[in-house]
Design a protein around this ligand. Sequence first.
Ligand SMILES: CC(=O)SCCNC(=O)CCNC(=O)[C@H](O)C(C)(C)COP(=O)(O)OP(=O)(O)OC[C@H]1O[C@@H](n2cnc3c(N)ncnc32)[C@H](O)[C@@H]1OP(=O)(O)O
Length: 198
Amino acid sequence: MVIDILRADPKIELVGCIDKDPSLRSVARLPVLGDDSLLAGLHAQGIQHAFIAIGSNRVRQQLGQQLESLGFRLVSAISPFSWISDSAQLGDGVAVMPGAVINAEAKIGRLSIINTGATVDHECDIGEACHIAPGSALSGNVTVGKGTFLGTGTRVIDAIEIGPWAMVGAGSVVTRPLPGRCTAVGVPCRVIKLRTDD
Ligand SMILES: CC(=O)SCCNC(=O)CCNC(=O)[C@H](O)C(C)(C)COP(=O)(O)OP(=O)(O)OC[C@H]1O[C@@H](n2cnc3c(N)ncnc32)[C@H](O)[C@@H]1OP(=O)(O)O
């Protein structure tokens, strides 16, 4: 999906993917150049930009720090079929997939994913390395802490606060604040686990 979006951007020339699987030759017709050990050399050869297309919020956040410490700048992959308000603010390295809508004065933290058809309404504040899965709908003034995952079709009523590294099950309707590092599911959404991991 990210390759499709980046290919549609005339300012971007894709040179290849990095992957830890040595048997992988290409992804969506883009060659796999090798594993992470190539990164420093690629940067030295003049490749200045990278995008991290990894689903795990924690791994994406860690790789973001690693790439920036090597000197890469993180580009964003914004689908031309999404809609983003002029007054919204997006951090570096975000993915905004087709059909996503980001409304007025919303903030999207670096390395977050706003997936297919998800809507983030006015003045929402989404932290770093979050994933708002397909078809989710966040009403106005919702705050989502860093690293949090909202499963497919999550609904959140307005002005709710969800803590960092939370996991919200697909189809949940969040009507009360949720603590950090919880797993919560259902309609209405209830906490079923408090975790120590990210
Ligand atoms: C483009 C893309 O593909 S983006 C990826 C999109 N992916 C998703 O949206 C996946 C979302 N993931 C889920 O909903 C998962 O079920 C999770 C994260 C909530 C599961 O968390 P786990 O900690 O593994 O929970 P587990 O599977 O053990 O289930 C615990 C209980 O919650 C229930 N449960 C799990 N998910 C849900 C859900 N979405 N809604 C309601 N109940 C649920 C289970 O039935 C189980 O109930 P039981 O104890 O009565 O049997």
